[in-house]
Each structure stands twice: as structure tokens, then as C-alpha cells.
Write a protein that binds this ligand. Structure first.
Ligand code: ATP
Length: 354
């Protein structure tokens, strides 16, 4: 029996987590869940949104399934998602985007994967506040070194991109493509403008791609990539991006396949893996039993593949595809008008197909 850390989270998290757990258990895969609180319930109980014993549990089990968690603004707590990434060195964020028949969309077929670098870029938090002494010093330095005048009333964020992080994520994207029998990796960048950050990304991405000759490769400016995604998403396969572009493009891709309620995700490092839906805790609909659990159920599908349980993973994914195609369920986020299916009804409909 395999033990997995289960973090239901808060907002709609506990509802979609319970639905997911029921679906996974119904396959008979025999996972033992070690359930831990994080987010708002953990703040109430332990005065910390991510108590140390939760991290210990993930480190022991190596794999976690996590619902959305809220980090309250202005409380001095650092974001739980950022803390998890840093503590567990989850350097790759992977978001597969599949369009299932029956889901309203402008497109006919989409099956792509966004691989996002998770540790650096503008997310490293090197920031200089507008009007601060630090930004004044930086302005002086930039003027002295480069003769360039930063506007007096500007705030500044710094964008570091390293050779090592680029190599790690591009290697990851190719290994993923090989394992999943994908045909091509597209590397997005803006190296013509950001010569020294995206320049490092592009140059070292191409070098890494050269070592994987059996998978196709192309590089593309990220604006052109956005245009292709809107125009012909079926043309794209695995897309590898630095942190910020990855954040934006992966939500765009979630929109292409029917929205956040259907978009699963995983954060992977060398040792640990955390599987979670793309959506947040959606406090506006929490506690109403209306949340769509499919994004979290599909995150569990990714987890089962990671745990080398392809039969159970495929069975759940086919079940999801079937209930959507046959219109047996009407998730609230896909059917804004008329009666929608409850979280439990959606889980039960999927269980019936197993
Ligand atoms: P964040 O935690 O990222 O700030 P959030 O919880 O406010 O985000 P998102 O996840 O971005 O919200 O979702 C935006 C809105 O989409 C939600 O407020 C909710 O109405 C809807 N939504 C998100 N996920 C789901 C879901 N699984 N089922 C139904 N509706 C959803």
C-alpha cells in the first residue's frame, strides 16, 4: 500500500479533495491517505499556514495531493505555494491541457502540456519599491554603470535567469516528452528584447535541445506563441517557458480547454512531487457543494501515473471524458445557466464508469 500526503486546503479545497479521494479509492488502487491541514484551518489550529509536520509528511511520503490554499494578505505569512516550492525544490510546474469532447470550446482538439520553470525569473522577489532609498541607490548605480536614467517615480523588479535552472527545466521538458511519447518541444522566449536573461534561456535551451535529437524542437517568441495558441492550439505539443510567461500562458491554456475547473497541475522536483488543481480556493462558492472537482480529480490522475499506476489513472481519465462527452454531468463553471451538478454528483457519475 502506498501512502500519500493529502492536503484538502481551504475554500472549495475540502469539497473537491473529498470527491477526488472517493474517486481514487473507488479504483481499488489502495492508497493510504495521510491527511494534513494547511492554509486557513492550519492558521487557526497551529498559528502557521504550513506547519512543519506537513512538510515532514511530504518529505517522508515523497508525494502529495493538494487542494487550493489561501494565504491571507497582510498577515506576514509567506505564500504556502511559494514555501512548498522552495522547501521541496519543486523546480518544474507541469500543466497538461486536454480538451475533452463535450466541453464547450472554440477548438476541436487540444492536447498540450505547459512546462514552467518554477524557481527564478521575476518571481525571485528581488524588488525595489518606488520612492524607497534602495531604488534611489539603484537608479544612481544604473546611471553610473550604464548611463541609463530609470524614471524617478519607478518601482523596479529584477529578472534573473541562470544557465543551471534553464538546463534543468529544458532537460525536464525533453525527458517528459520522451516518457510520454510527445513529438515536439516548443521553447518560448523574448530574447530579442531581454538579451541577457531570456538570452541565457534561449542559448542554453537550444544547447540542451541539441542533446535530444529524437524529439522535435522549435524556439518561438512568446508573443508569437500566444498568437499560435489562440489561432491553432492543436499545432502545439510540449511548451517550455520561464516562470512569468509560464504563469500567463498556462492560464491561457486552461481557458482554451474549458477553464480552471478542468485544469490539473503538478509541481515536481528531483525528490518530491505535489499534485494540485490550477484553480484557487474560490471563496465565492465555498461550502455550497457546487465546485467542480474535475481539475483535482485529473491532478490525481497525474499522481497515479507518477506512482506507476497507469491502469487506474487511465480508468479515471476515461471516466471523466465519458461523463463530459455524454453530458451526464453539468459542472457549475461550464453551465452558468440552468441546473448544475453538485460536486458529489460529479464524483459519483465518474465512479459509476469505473
Ligand atoms: P486565487 O486563490 O488564485 O487568488 P481564487 O480562489 O480567487 O484565486 P480562482 O481559482 O482564480 O479564484 O477562480 C476564479 C473563480 O472561478 C472563482 O472565484 C470561482 O467562481 C471559479 N472557479 C474556480 N475554480 C472553480 C471550480 N473548481 N469549480 C467551480 N468554479 C470555480
Amino acid at each position: 500500500m502506498r501512502t500519500v500526503t493529502l492536503i484538502p486546503g481551504d475554500g472549495i479545497g475540502p469539497e473537491v479533495a473529498e470527491a477526488t479521494r472517493r474517486v481514487v479509492d473507488a479504483t481499488g488502487v489502495g492508497i493510504e491517505w495521510e491527511v494534513h491541514e494547511a492554509g486557513l484551518p492550519a492558521i487557526e489550529r497551529y498559528a502557521a499556514p504550513l506547519p512543519p509536520h506537513v512538510l515532514t509528511s511530504i518529505r517522508t511520503n515523497k508525494v502529495a495531493l493538494k487542494g487550493p490554499v489561501t494565504t491571507p494578505v497582510g498577515t506576514g505569512f509567506r505564500s504556502i505555494n511559494v514555501a512548498l516550492r522552495q522547501e521541496l525544490d519543486l523546480y518544474a510546474s507541469v500543466r497538461p491541457c486536454v480538451l475533452y469532447p463535450g466541453v464547450p470550446s472554440r477548438y476541436e482538439s487540444i492536447d498540450l502540456v505547459v512546462v514552467r520553470e518554477n524557481t527564478e525569473d521575476l518571481y525571485e522577489g528581488i524588488e525595489f519599491e518606488e520612492g524607497s532609498r534602495e531604488v534611489e541607490k539603484l537608479r544612481g548605480y544604473v546611471k553610473y554603470m550604464h548611463g541609463f536614467e530609470i524614471a524617478k517615480d519607478a518601482g523596479v523588479s529584477v529578472k534573473p535567469i541562470s544557465i543551471s535552472a534553464t538546463e534543468a527545466i529544458v532537460r525536464f521538458a525533453f525527458e517528459f516528452a520522451l516518457r510520454r511519447r510527445r513529438r515536439r518541444v516548443t521553447l518560448g522566449h523574448k530574447a530579442n528584447i531581454m538579451k541577457f536573461s531570456d538570452g541565457v534561456w534561449l542559448e542554453n535551451g537550444i544547447k540542451m535541445a541539441d542533446t535530444y535529437r529524437s524529439v522535435g524542437f522549435e524556439e518561438m517568441q512568446v508573443d508569437e506563441l500566444a498568437m499560435w495558441l489562440a489561432h491553432a492550439p492543436e499545432e502545439l505539443d510540449v511548451i517550455v517557458l520561464p516562470n512569468l510567461y509560464g504563469d500567463i500562458i498556462s492560464d491561457l491554456c486552461a481557458g482554451l480547454i474549458g477553464g480552471l475547473g478542468l485544469a490539473p497541475g503538478m509541481n515536481l522536483g528531483k525528490e518530491y512531487a505535489v499534485f494540485e488543481p490550477t484553480h484557487g480556493s474560490a471563496p465565492d462558492i465555498a461550502g455550497q457543494g457546487r465546485a467542480n472537482p474535475i481539475a483535482m480529480i485529473l491532478s490525481a490522475v497525474l499522481m497515479l501515473r507518477h506512482l506507476d499506476r497507469p491502469a487506474e489513472a487511465n480508468s479515471i481519465e476515461q471516466g471523466v471524458a465519458r461523463v463530459l462527452a455524454e453530458g451526464r454531468v453539468r459542472p457549475a463553471d461550464l453551465s452558468p445557466e440552468g441546473r448544475s451538478s453538485s460536486t458529489t454528483e460529479i464524483a459519483e457519475a465518474i465512479i459509476e464508469t469505473l
